[in-house]
Design a protein around this ligand. Structure first.
Ligand code: SAH
Length: 208
């Protein structure tokens, strides 16, 4: 267990990189500061400790491992990329939280699972595959969790889509904060380039 968000951020900044990044899946690792902010908010609201948490599109596991460190009962790490899942598995082992994680290789939106309390995710932003962000959000809502903590591009169109999609499922979306993050170039093959994007961190919950 960690004592502060800062301590959590330091651990999460050790998340492994993707072994074979696939551009079509918009793979990049969420930085420790952003991941710890999202998880700390969830933790403070009582949505992590003792809960069943699903990390949708977990990649190498930054949000899943963070949830386990914050005391989740059981964390399900779901991604279509098996190579990324192996990295997530190894890292969870080295952080000593493997006993509370499960791994599922599956394609969103073809996911069904019952009894999930909380969903944490940093989904594809839909830059490469238009609408991938909304597809993740719809899939999360379909599972009827108590709360969803998610990250999306910060622009007026996306904000409206997130708000309406949540509302359509009987949930309310609230922006927790707006941050600037560095992500790899997603359009061109030149992998070394990174660029800055502004994102919103959301708390989506039922009946607020
Ligand atoms: N959540 C991780 C990874 C973010 S990158 C982190 O915060 O570091 C987005 C992730 O979504 C990648 O791991 C990618 O493999 C996964 N992904 C993209 N499309 C997917 C789909 N249709 N089904 C399942 N996983 C998908």
């Amino acid at each position: 267990m960690v004592r502060s968000r800062r301590e959590l951020a330091a651990i999460l900044s050790r998340a492994p990189l993707f072994p074979y990044p696939k551009r079509g899946l918009e793979q990049y690792v969420t930085d420790g500061e952003t991941a710890s902010e999202l998880l700390w908010e969830a933790y403070m609201r009582g949505d992590i400790r003792g809960r069943v948490v699903l990390d949708l599109g977990c990649g190498t596991g930054v949000l899943a491992v963070g949830s386990a460190i914050l005391g989740a009962d059981h964390v399900i790490c779901l991604d279509v990329d098996e190579g990324a899942l192996v990295e997530a598995y190894r890292w969870a082992h080295s952080e000593g939280v493997l006993d509370r994680l499960s791994y599922v290789a599956m394609l969103v939106p073809d996911v069904w699972m019952r009894a999930v309390d909380t969903i944490v995710m940093n989904p594809p932003f839909g830059v490469y595959r238009r609408g991938a962000d909304t597809m993740f959000l719809r899939t999360a809502l379909k599972l009827r969790p108590r709360a969803i903590y998610t990250i999306h591009m910060s622009d007026r169109g996306t904000r409206e889509v997130v708000r309406r999609t949540a509302q359509g499922a009987g949930y309310a979306a609230q922006i927790l904060s707006t941050r600037s993050i560095m992500i790899p170039q997603l359009y061109e093959s030149h992998r070394r380039r990174v660029y800055r994007v502004t994102v919103d961190l959301y708390h989506i919950s039922a009946g607020e």
